[in-house]
Design a protein around this ligand. Sequence first.
Ligand code: SF4
Length: 705
Amino acid sequence: ATSPDTCQVKTTCPYCGVGCGVNARVSENRLIAVSGDKAHPANQGRLCVKGSALHETSGLEGRLLAPQIEGETVSWDKAFNHVAQGFSETIKKYGPDSVALYLSGQILTEDYYVANKLMKGFIGSANVDTNSRLCMSSAVAAHKRAFGADLVPGCYEDLELTDLLILVGSNTAWAHPVIYQRIVAAKKARPEMKVVVIDPRRTATCDIADLHLPLKPGSDGYLFTGLLSHLADNNALDNSYINDHTEGFEDALQAARTLTADLTQTAELCGLDKPDLKQLYQWFSQIDKVVTLFSQGINQSSSGVDKGNAIINCHLATAKIGKPGATPFSITGQPNAMGGREVGGLANQLAAHMDFSNPENIELVETFWQAPNIARKEGLKAVDMFQAIHDGKIKAIWIIGTNPVVSMPNADFIREALQRCELVVVSDCMEKTDTTACADVLLPATGWAEKDGTVTNSERVISRQKGFLEPAGQSLHDWQIICSVAQTMGFEEGFRFNSPAEIFAEHAELSGFRNSGKRFFDISSLATLSENEYHNMKPVRWPAIKDSKTDSTRLFVNGRFNTPSGRARMIPVTPAAPISQVSETYPLVLNTGRIRDQWHTMTRTGKASRLLNHIDQPYVEISLHDAADKGIVEQDLVEIQSAISRCLARAKITAGQPAGSVFMPIHWTDQFASLARVDSLFASIKDPISGQPEAKHCPVSINKL
Ligand code: SF4
């Protein structure tokens, strides 16, 4: 119950890709409490510690409250004119590819839609990429290769219905805590459900594991090609499914046998005990309902796409897909990485999940948008985009809702690139970040509690995020800022939106435009929602096709895929070791990840003392063996040195950290502690297909200071 001066608003958590529904209690323009929304399919009333502290992080402290040019506060009109003029003059002088947008999986689908439309339809360049490139772009590419489209086949319920859950490259307990809570509850109700964790480290997720496989860092590809070989050699294939619904099986098997034909060899390549590996392979062979949940440990790799396909190959070869409790499942990091994929917010996508490979797509989007300058080729992906800025080829960049000076690999190079760039515009809700420090123009954007629109979570569920507080200071919504700049640049038609509901309606209409079943992403049933219906829209899973009676909970139920032949493609994968290898100078492998109570670069969660109580300073997790070798004891200040940079952190010595490797969290920035940006240690090594950077394997040395 709420008192007369309070109200309750249903919204969505702004942190991870689980996408939990939140009840926000609001009084006098203040968020006073939050609770989990029991009616939301993702969390069914649960929240994790970050979600349940949302009301402790929504204050005005540190907010950017007015537009600034070169540190001077200016009016919005002046800021719009400055940005529009800067972009227009650069384009006139150097062409459309001399400008770029860099977006975020934290902004809403409506913001993403207009940013993508401005660059790809009106400016005429596809140089619009996003921090989601760092998160799940390898999974996107693996899906497209296997299924013919970027489709996540399963849903969260599959994690509860399965008989064998394999968590690979995912510390679910800390990175996706509500998913973990659901798994814990399912395991409690059915203790016979087996849980396997594949991770070099013994993380909190291992607490419920029947089997932990502490594989050698970066060796996941070998493990899954070895599994395919094992399935073939042990009569565990589903030959009729392979024959009827897939193509490329023989080539995929031949490639799998190149390096991992036998169990002894595979165990050696993965650094695992043979009986443990055999146990996993036997379970996978014998159990029908298997889910393999994969996350950043797979994606953030120099061969992340191949690793994703090696996993998917095993599911296709055994028909463990498209059924309750049986699916490969990529879980995304950010709350709206999936929404960004929908609108085309990646440089290699066009719009509405269409890409540039088909000229018909380009003509369709051009017609729908009445676009004066449609982009006709892919743009630069994140790593290449910042390289082009450093090289002086991109002369103006607009960064929206993200902090690449901390989160990109080779972070010092990113800072240098921005310092060299002629025009750096940053839209953010926070004033002082490592990236805003490089900006010529700062544009104050609304924060989570003020923004209004939609997000899509890892199981394709679109949820409303509602603005229930007044915008702080002079801040505006990202879509308003983008539309105002677009109109000031002379693109008046195409950006006359009055509300996020109008933008969402256009996005939904585009997904159904000349579609009639030809394209898989279709939410045309939502194109005619009234403002009121949009405001009260309940979580809805896509596809959401007009007049369709088909259930979209699981995909590929009938064994038909989105390839031209209708068959899933099994991809020949010859696994590769990580590109950077340890040496005498840098003998340890650095791995990175999230901690339980912080989010990204801590601009919000760093405000809550309750969340800082969990872990309050940057640390490096070191094995007992390596700590003894270096004479390091708990809490010592340690220098971590890679070939390109160095960091400082407190030593945390644990039995769960394997010898020869160290772990550091991604969150700390130079705003919190000096030399704390772990991504400055990583070279810009990326997957050749997806462009996703390596963030799990960096050779380093450590020394006590
Ligand atoms: Fe928010 Fe993720 Fe926690 Fe859910 S699990 S409350 S979405 S941080």
